[in-house]
Ligand binder design. Sequence first.
Ligand code: G3I
Length: 322
Amino acid sequence: NDRLRDVAEDRDFEIGAAVAAQPLRTDPAYKKILRNEFNYVTAENALKMGPLRPDPGVYDFNDADAVVDYARAHDQSVRAHTLVWHNQTPEWFQEWDYTPEQLEEFTREHVHTAAGRYRDTVDTWDVVNEAVADDGTMRENLWYETFGEEYLDDAFRWANEVAPDTDLYYNDYGADGVNVKSDAIYDLVERMLDRGVPIDGVGLQMHALHEKPGIDSVAENIRRFKDLGLDVEITEMDVAYLPGDDPGDQEARWEKQAEFYRDITEVCLDEGVDTMIVWGVRDSDSWIPNWFENLTGDPLLFDSGNDPKPAYDAIKDTLANY
Ligand code: G3I
């Protein structure tokens, strides 16, 4: 068998991709790669608060359902992203002049409705995303300013009330290795565990862009979260280079990129992490060119012509020969 997902399944490994609803409706080549090569799916945007809540009191589950239904139809697990995040909230919500009671009620209702709807079809939720700032302080978002850090506890408890069998994760970027931010996340989730919060795991996003974490440091970081009794997943991986690190020609860059994907796959296998998700299917689907002009724009496993890249082979070989 030659497909990435088969090689992964032989190792009880989940190899995932972030997907968009639009190409699921219109792009046969995209769908073919997705169903053949991946056994785990996450919605890149469709399950975020902004897309789900176009108007006060209104939910639009069309895109989210399209992603979840496609995954279930193709025997793929689903990671849902995300219930509480300062980014991509609805515009009307950003302008809303709420009281603390109204914000609490709004958030509880959102978590109950979204997590409840997918209680039987989603395996994992990113309950709270990116609550810690890069310097290790708590991010000053509206929930933190209104309720303090216990807003995380509430979100996890509300999710657990309606989806007791779903794994509940805290997810963040720039905290892949041991550093000031992952130290702060470690302390945060330890306090949550002390308070009896139903948290199951920590997602390391692994956007390896401006800086790449050292591999030993990633291993050490994974171990300490696991020592707390938490699961770890690699949740949003992509690999790009600044001009100074870019070998310059595509062949050399793709080899270097493949090495990094290989190293992270190996760390996962070494440390008992059984899930790795890449943040998009083909290079042409990646968010990076829209956000960073100075980074190389080919961070994923498939090129823009639907062909697998060296990074794809690197992951497959590692899983097959570990
Ligand atoms: O489809 C909409 C359209 O309806 C809208 O009117 C138009 C104008 O804004 O743009 C389109 O929405 C864009 C959306 O991507 C879909 O392409 C949003 O503007 C744009 O902000 C959004 O960017 C997403 C970004 O999160 C938002 O912060 C990226 O696709 C998505 O890849 C990225 O994902 C995040 C994770 O959720 C969390 N971790 C970091 C990661 C990368 O930033």
